[in-house]
Design a protein around this ligand. Structure first.
Ligand code: ADP
Ligand code: MG
Length: 260
């Protein structure tokens, strides 16, 4: 479904652009249809930058991206437009994800109206059906973000992404702001949806146990590079790279610390 090869991104800044952050360096991976690739690594190692590169939200300095067999590396904004709905991002902060002055319904149908994929009536019908799919009652359709819980917001955000019928869902720490019990529920919803729709997931998380549970393959990122990529089982049970060993050991010793 998605394949990247040699993706790199350096941020420049400071006095005469002399400070450089090599956020992502020479990253390659592929995610087949309906599969999940987990991406783990400590804060600042380049995970979010990589996810933005993959979704073509920021331009790469080097590397190639194929989506559904098409080489989209050099696609212009206009060429990307029809593909945009199929590439969806869900990120960590439930409070920032929805407009505070929009009801759940308004937030849910906004992308449909924006992409002219449905009118208000059809959109409302679809929104209600999708809410049910993510385990929410339609009672919340007319509530504002401050009137629902973080877990409910994250489900609405998932439902909103589903209105676009995505082929790839990038989940950037999707549950790290939620309570542990709510985390599990939201991940179950995601897993069910993946099974029903065959969506590919790039699952970014600090939580190695969560990644192992939900991803067939795991990539370990360190200082902008993927230092190890393999079956999630092998990464956790028999890590090869020194950094992965350290990460696994730290996670075993302080699972909640590493989960911050
Ligand atoms: N827009 C940006 N401008 C400059 N530096 C950035 C920008 N975005 C991220 N960085 C830097 O790139 C590195 C990787 O950041 P990020 O991808 O957010 O890591 P992670 O998601 O793994 O915590 C960090 O050193 C960060 O400060
Ligand atoms: Mg991040």
């Amino acid at each position: 479904m998605i394949r990247v090869e040699g993706l790199s991104k350096t941020f420049r800044g400071g006095w005469l652009n002399r400070s450089r952050t090599e956020a992502v360096q020479d990253v390659s991976f592929a995610i087949p249809e309906g599969r999940t690739l987990g991406l783990v690594g400590e804060s600042g190692c380049g995970k979010s930058t990589l996810s933005r590169l993959v979704l073509k939200l920021i331009p790469a300095d080097a590397g190639k991206i194929w989506f559904g067999g098409q080489d989209i590396t050099a696609y212009t904004t206009a060429q990307l437009r029809p593909l945009r709905p199929q590439l969806q991002l869900i990120f960590q902060h439930p409070d920032a994800a929805l407009h505070p002055r929009m009801t759940m319904l308004q937030s849910l149908i906004e992308p449909l109206l924006l992409h002219r994929l449905a009118d208000k009536e059809a959109g409302t019908e679809l929104a209600a059906a999708l809410l049910e799919q993510v385990g929410l009652s339609t009672d919340i359709l007319h509530r504002y973000p401050h009137q629902v819980s973080g877990g409910q917001i994250q489900r609405v955000v998932i439902a909103r992404a589903l209105t676009m019928n995505p082929k790839l869902l990038v989940l950037d720490e999707p549950t790290s702001m939620l309570d542990v019990s709510v985390q599990a529920q939201v991940m179950e919803v995601l897993k069910q949806i993946q099974r029903q729709r065959g969506i590919s997931f790039l699952l970014i998380s600090h939580d190695m146990e969560l990644v192992r549970h939900f991803s067939q393959q795991t990539a370990v990122m360190h200082q902008g590079r993927i230092v190890e990529l393999g079956s999630s089982e092998a990464i956790m049970e028999a890590p090869k790279h020194a950094y992965t060993k350290r990460l696994v050991r730290a996670f075993r010793a302080y699972p909640l610390e590493a989960n911050k």
